[in-house]
Ligand binder design. Structure first.
Ligand SMILES: CSCCC(=O)C(=O)COP(=O)(O)O
Ligand SMILES: [Zn+2]
Length: 214
């Protein structure tokens, strides 16, 4: 597949996002991966192992829905976690995966498979949420080096709970998706803010882990 104008525009937008996310400390040491939908069945994803704060046009690969590369290079090791989201949600156009301290620590410190967030005004940043009293659940999946196995678990969950705004991988990071890159960045910012609030609460009240389900 030739790298067309859309490919380069998408690469430029994702590189700028990567710079921003790296400055925030959310993609340290080459961690994280980003993608944008190119067509109903293709996406552009970051190449594996690249520093996400210093991305150039050669640091992106076009892939099909099964994660097979359509342009030269090795796509992210976690490509399937992106393509499964594009396959499941026809409306989404962007997926961001980060390794922030907040998502890494909170996913390790939360027992059980769900982090429950409630009481925060910022919850209203998620579509369909109109009150701070609403309960928003972020599922936590156990980390697994076999990405296809993890993708299958994520997909089963999202089939049952399509309104899920984002998910955590234990000791690893966060996945977030949205209609386009700007709204995905906004959503990620909201998720990170909420995770930081939860961590602060737990520091203030050790032993009272409110936001979790056993
Ligand atoms: C250095 S972090 C370990 C791999 C990882 O979790 C990640 O997000 C980056 O992997 P990629 O293949 O997309 O560079
Ligand atoms: Zn990762």
């Amino acid at each position: 597949m030739p790298r067309d104008r859309r490919f380069y525009e998408s690469a430029t937008a994702l590189a700028a996002a990567g710079e921003q996310l790296h400055q925030r400390g959310w993609v340290p040491a080459t961690s994280g991966n980003f993608s944008l939908r190119l067509s109903p069945t293709t996406a552009i994803v970051t190449a594996s192992g690249r520093h996400k704060g210093k991305l150039g046009p050669d640091d992106f690969i076009a892939v099909d829905q099964s994660g097979t590369p359509l342009t030269d290079g090795k796509p992210s090791a976690e490509t399937l976690l992106h393509t499964q989201l594009y396959a499941r949600f026809a409306n989404i156009g962007a997926v961001l995966h980060c390794h922030s301290v907040n998502s890494t620590v909170l996913s390790l410190e939360t027992q059980g498979s769900e982090l429950v967030l409630t009481g925060y005004e910022v919850l209203k940043a998620f579509s369909g949420v109109d009150s701070h009293n609403t309960k928003v659940v972020l599922p936590i999946f156990d980390n697994d080096q076999t990405i296809s196995r993890m993708a299958a678990k994520v997909d089963t969950y999202l089939a049952a709970k399509p309104d899920c705004p984002a998910y955590l991988i234990r000791g690893h990071g966060v996945y977030c998706w949205s209609d386009d890159l700007d709204s995905c960045l906004d959503k990620l910012e909201a998720v990170e803010f909420l995770l930081q609030c939860e961590l602060e609460r737990r520091r203030l009240h050790p032993g009272q882990h409110t936001g979790e389900k056993q």
